[in-house]
Write a protein that binds this ligand. Structure first.
Ligand code: SF4
Ligand code: SF4
Length: 395
């Protein structure tokens, strides 16, 4: 196993993400034996970092993780959990919620604790005086119940920079979605740079884009086989992020023993990508995208009569086009009403100004449709809000 030093901790470079445990088909509950087997194998080969979150698997991930770790001494591994500010039913007793997580994880401190899922929408909750989340969580750190404080982030680079400037000195690490596709698709490259410029550690989630970079189409599979006959597609994705110097932790949400085995082999030793391999991965990423080639030059912005943040909206569009998910819709939720794509009056100024020849008005019409008809965070959060109410005995 390769390790990283981070502020006095020796972290295994591969961390175990606990959001994808599978159910036993007979009981319909998490297959605890499989979780135990995967953890035993991972620990025997050097993994020492386990990452969960309050809402993962309907609140059962924390319990299954704690069960699998029960036989190991608490100081032999690092535990990471997250505060669900983006899923709250309203202002709640944050410390009571934090204590429930401690209890479910069978511990009295977290080594790493994160504000979960900061976006242009959820940042308003995290920073609201009424919710006083950051103050309460910092209090937990000051009391020794959190060793290192960070946040997971799904917004754009502008927000990341602003948020870090507003909270200088509070956070030690930031977890971002980073892989060879999102390097440009979600501008992970700029986010990586911003975090590094602030002197914080980069934690990587979704190194294989939820498995999409582990199972490629025939053409891309053949391209990778030409580079290395024996290596798995996932191993190339991991090696891409391993090569980023300030990446201190790479999380993989493993759910099968063979997957743990393959990942452990990749993290046994550090084998940087060659120039050629890196070039091939970035070329493949370009071919996987289905959106528009906006370079965020902003030439179109000054003349927009509605003052729309066009490159931001095109980032959301590209995200929607790659795979329908709630992440783009949450970013649009975070905009003021008069900055949402429906405010485009189709004047066409931007299309004339764009050196990439992007037909922005048509793209924004399509985005308006996708936003209106796609999945919404408000619907998805209902179940989570309900379970928080129940856990806190709220009406
Ligand atoms: S077409 Fe829409 S986005 Fe483009 S300049 Fe006009 S109002 Fe702004
Ligand atoms: S001018 Fe074109 S490439 Fe530049 S930000 Fe606007 S849409 Fe993107």
């Amino acid at each position: 196993m390769i390790y990283n030093d981070f502020r006095g901790d020796r972290l295994s470079r591969l961390g175990f993400g606990c959001m994808r445990f599978v159910n036993d088909p007979h009981t319909g509950e998490i297959d605890q034996k499989k979780v135990n087997d995967m953890f035993d194998l991972a620990i025997s080969r050097g993994v020492n970092y386990f990452d969960t979150a309050y809402p993962y698997l309907g609140g059962k991930s924390e319990l299954a993780m704690a069960e699998a770790l029960r036989k190991y001494p608490r100081d032999s591994y690092y535990l990471a959990d997250k505060f669900p500010g983006h899923s709250l039913p309203g202002p709640v007793d944050n410390i009571a919620l934090f204590n429930i997580s401690l209890q479910k994880c069978n511990t009295d401190y977290f080594d790493y604790y994160l504000l979960h899922n900061i976006t242009e929408w959820s940042v308003k909750i995290y920073e609201s005086e009424e919710y006083h989340i950051i103050d309460d969580i910092v209090k937990m750190k000051n009391e020794g119940k959190i060793r290192h404080l960070g946040f997971s982030f799904h917004g754009g680079p502008e927000l990341l920079e602003e948020f870090l400037n507003r909270h200088e000195g509070v956070f030690e690490f930031v977890q971002i979605q980073c892989n060879y596709l999102d390097w440009s698709l979600q501008n992970a490259r700029r986010k990586y740079e911003i975090i590094t410029e602030h002197g914080l550690g980069v934690w990587v989630m979704e190194p294989c884009r939820g498995g999409k970079l582990a199972v490629l189409n025939e053409k891309n599979t053949a391209r990778l086989k030409e580079l290395d006959e024996k290596a798995s597609a996932a191993s190339f994705a991991f090696r891409f992020v391993q090569g980023l110097e300030n990446v201190k932790m790479i999380l993989s949400g493993m759910n099968e023993v063979f997957q743990v085995e393959d990942n452990l082999n990749t993290f046994e030793s550090y084998k940087p990508l060659t120039e050629k391999e890196r070039e091939v991965l970035l070329e493949m990423a370009e071919g996987m995208k289905k959106g528009v080639p906006c370079t965020a030059c902003r030439y179109c912005c000054a003349g927009c009569p509605m003052g729309l943040n066009i490159p931001y909206l095109l980032e959301c569009y590209n995200d929607y086009k790659f795979a329908e998910s709630v992440s783009a819709s949450v970013r649009i939720d975070g905009l003021d009403e008069d900055k949402k794509p429906a405010n485009c009056i189709q004047c066409g100024q931007c299309a004339h100004a764009c050196p990439q020849g992007i037909d922005v008005p048509t793209v924004l019409s399509e985005l308006t449709e996708m936003y209106a008809n796609g999945p919404k965070w408000a619907d998805m959060a209902k179940g989570r809000q309900e379970s928080i109410r129940k856990d806190l005995n709220m009406k």
